[in-house]
Design a protein around this ligand. Structure first.
Ligand SMILES: Cc1ncc(COP(=O)(O)O)c(C=O)c1O
Length: 394
């Protein structure tokens, strides 16, 4: 294709970018410009403006990964034009997603038989994963209530008041009452005893957090499971547990392998984890896995066959990029269990040093407990120099 240029455009290309008219006149801020901008000028203008953003490598206020190996950056750029949803066109990308789901399910001790495959899906982040898990619980509860001839219009969900905002979003968007366990001075996570007291026949699930957004502390999922099993037995209800392991899902298996928080506990029916946090992938990937096929109601799965074969999907959006899925697979095979363990141990050491330094100043009170994201609030894992930050009194 030949693109004709006007005399003015041709003259412009002789000027350096900063001497051209494109950087002398303003671009309209909110309206589409009348005319095109040469690519070098467009690049320069945007690049310069973006310099006012913070530097992601110095961002201690995020949990999200800010550095990956150049080989992975290359793979991601090579896949940047692949729409993940075209599964018939890009079956290998779909296969990589399925491998990731299975690896995560095994890591979380899902009871998967030798010939079985895990049930789960890649999402844009933990928020989408939580919406999907919440919907599955709501639908399962509704189906059961309908079958029993009981009202099913007042579902509720029990969480700690420390839940991340996405749970409030889920509750509001999908019309589920959020029953929050109040926090108290010195105790900043959900108390399992109080949580189980709030459970009633309309509770679709109790959501526990593995790695509270506020302090990094792990909630006691094992105790919650025990107390809920007892209450279910007494009442005849069947209230399940979801674990929001957005941060802790890629910490606990490596630093606390004996801690029982996952599918080893019978009431844990689904778990979400952010690939872009301690899964060590750039922003844009999360995961949700279910204990078994029975925990994901079939009617929530959409079957699309736009490109030929049947593709079952359970996501909130349709199109999305493939790069993050590929990057997650890269990290899994590149690091393996040992690599993740080493990185999490490094994070722990950095956080410990930072904690001690802050304590020595005498100006901060460390409120994070010794169990959690290693008792410290580790943010933004990067390799090979993880950024770490402590959470202190507010
Ligand atoms: C406990 C918890 N759940 C959910 C989320 C939302 O995760 P995402 O940003 O992956 O959507 C976060 C994010 O900080 C979180 O800390």
């Amino acid at each position: 294709m030949v693109i004709s240029t006007t005399r003015t455009d041709a003259g412009e290309s002789l000027n350096s970018t900063f001497a051209s008219r494109y950087v002398c006149t303003s671009l309209p801020r909110f309206k589409l410009p009348e005319r095109p901008t040469p690519r070098d000028a467009a690049y320069q203008i945007i690049n310069d403006e973006l310099m006012l953003d913070g530097n992601p490598r110095l961002n201690l206020a995020s949990f999200v990964t800010t550095w990956m190996e150049p080989e992975c950056d290359k793979l991601m750029m090579e896949a940047v034009n692949k729409n993940y949803v075209d599964m018939d066109e890009y079956p290998v990308t779909t296969e990589l997603q399925n491998r990731c789901v299975n690896m995560i399910a095994h890591l979380f001790n899902a009871p998967i038989g030798e010939d079985e495959i895990a049930v789960g899906v890649g999402t844009v982040g933990s928020s989408e994963a939580i919406m999907l898990a919440g919907l599955a619980f709501k639908r399962k509860w509704q189906n059961k209530r309908k079958a029993e001839g009981k009202p099913y219009d007042k579902p509720n969900i029990v969480t700690g008041a420390n839940v991340q905002v996405c749970w409030e979003k889920f509750a509001r968007y999908f019309e589920v009452e959020l029953k929050e366990v109040k926090l108290s001075e010195g105790f900043y996570v959900m108390d399992p005893v109080k949580a189980v007291e709030l459970v009633d026949e309309n509770t679709i699930c109790v959501a526990a957090i593995l790695g509270s957004t506020l302090t990094g502390e792990f909630e006691d999922v094992k105790l919650l499971n025990e107390l809920l099993l007892k209450k279910n037995k007494e009442t005849g209800w069947d209230t399940p547990i979801h674990v929001d392991a957005a941060s802790g899902g890629f910490i606990a298996p490596f630093l606390y392998p004996d801690l029982e928080w996952d599918f080893r506990l019978p009431l844990v029916k689904s778990i979400n984890v952010s690939g872009h946090k301690y899964g060590l992938v750039y922003a844009g990937v999360g995961w949700v896995v279910w204990r078994s096929k029975e925990d994901l109601p079939e009617e929530l799965i959409f079957h699309i066959n736009y490109l030929g074969t049947d593709q079952p999907t359970f996501t909130l959006n349709f199109s999305k990029g493939s790069s993050q899925i590929i990057a997650q697979y890269y990290q899994f095979i590149r690091l393996g269990f040992e690599g993740y363990k080493n990185i999490m141990e490094n994070c722990r050491e950095n956080a410990k040093a930072l904690k001690e330094g802050l304590e020595k100043t005498g100006k901060f009170e460390i409120v994070s407990k010794d169990i959690g994201l290693d008792g410290l609030f580790l943010h933004t894992p990067c390799q090979p120099m993880p950024n770490t930050l402590l959470s202190f009194g507010w």
